[in-house]
Design a protein around this ligand. Structure first.
Ligand code: GLU
Length: 310
């Protein structure tokens, strides 16, 4: 297959100040792009209007630049594949949604939360239920009757098929779409397009060739690969990095203020000690020594990260 020029991206959700884990992710997405002469895209994933704030998006840009993690297009900088804010890309999602509908693969789902959490249902590893397909076979009359009471979410019907891919860091991964995942939501009942659809449309339209992100999204990848196929975009390569944990072993969240970048920046004159810590965590440095992002990119050229310190 023809090799596409390397295009990476960082796709943060502006729902709070970034923490060290988000920064680690941004760094690991940025390093291969800068090490091997690719292009870096910043896409702001502000799909959810209730949780996203523009001020956080601006703060993220400021934080990234403070650490020396620049980008070639996206965010407030704009560029040829814009807009780079998901909230401004609704038309594109609607168009792809229609294409999936035309294939006869989309149906309305009226299930309530408690119907979805039926104890009988098989559950995914993260505890969420595999959708039973309950609304797939509603008759038009039943749909009408239920539509009078609630507005539906829309699901994509998935085939009974294994999706297999090799993750750059996690190795081989396989999932049966019907059994392990089930028909999944591509538009929420409040009309917001789901992350799974938006991320594929965006990475596809923006010509992204390499997706580096947290391991919590590893099990979203088979669904996304299925969408790439249906929508006719070439799929990128995936690299899922281990999540940074808090000292108590929990994964970091935007509520861990001692790891938020506001606090961390206030403790240091420059970014080098923090980048040194992350470089060591990734196995790029033998010890935690101050380093710039550019210097780490040099190291990355010579040796891939191995994440020994996680
Ligand atoms: N917006 C997602 C997040 O901040 C990342 C999505 C992705 O990288 O695919 O967790």
């Amino acid at each position: 297959m023809e090799q596409r020029p390397l295009r990476g991206r960082f796709a943060p959700s502006p729902s709070g100040r970034m923490h060290l884990g988000n920064l680690f992710c941004a760094l690991m997405a940025w390093l291969p792009v800068r090490a091997f002469g690719g292009e870096m895209v910043l896409r702001i994933e502000d799909l959810d209007p209730d949780r996203s704030k523009m001020e956080y998006a601006h703060q993220m840009e400021d934080d990234l630049l403070w650490f020396g993690l620049d980008w070639d297009e996206g965010g407030s900088k704009g560029g040829p594949h814009g807009p780079y804010y998901q909230s401004q890309r609704q038309e594109l999602y609607a168009e792809c949604f229609r294409r999936l509908e035309e294939k006869g693969l989309v149906y309305p789902c009226y299930c309530t939360r408690s119907e979805l959490h039926d104890a009988q249902a098989p559950h995914r590893e993260d505890g969420s239920p595999v959708y039973s397909g309950r609304c797939r076979s509603l008759t038009p009359e039943e749909q009408k009757e239920r539509a009078a009471r609630r507005s539906p979410a829309f699901r994509l019907e998935v085939p009974d098929r294994d999706v297999f891919f090799t993750d750059g860091y996690q190795g081989e991964y396989r999932e049966n779409l019907a059994q392990d995942c089930g028909d999944f939501i591509i538009r929420r009942s409040d009309g917001v397009y789901a992350y799974q659809l938006a991320v594929v449309v965006d990475d596809g339209e923006m010509g992204i060739t390499q997706v580096v992100r947290g391991c919590d999204l590893l099990d979203s990848t088979p669904r996304q690969l299925y969408l790439y196929e249906l929508l006719g975009y070439p799929a990128p390569e995936f690299y899922h990095i281990p999540l940074l944990l808090s000292p108590t072993g929990r994964r970091l969240s935007k509520r861990d203020h001692d790891k938020d970048l506001g606090y961390l920046r206030s403790c240091h004159k420059g970014p080098e000690p923090i980048l040194g810590e992350l470089g060591h965590t990734a196995g790029l440095l033998d010890r935690q020594e101050p380093v710039t992002a550019k210097e780490l990119a040099q190291v990355f050229r010579e040796k891939p990260p191995s994440f020994p310190n996680l």
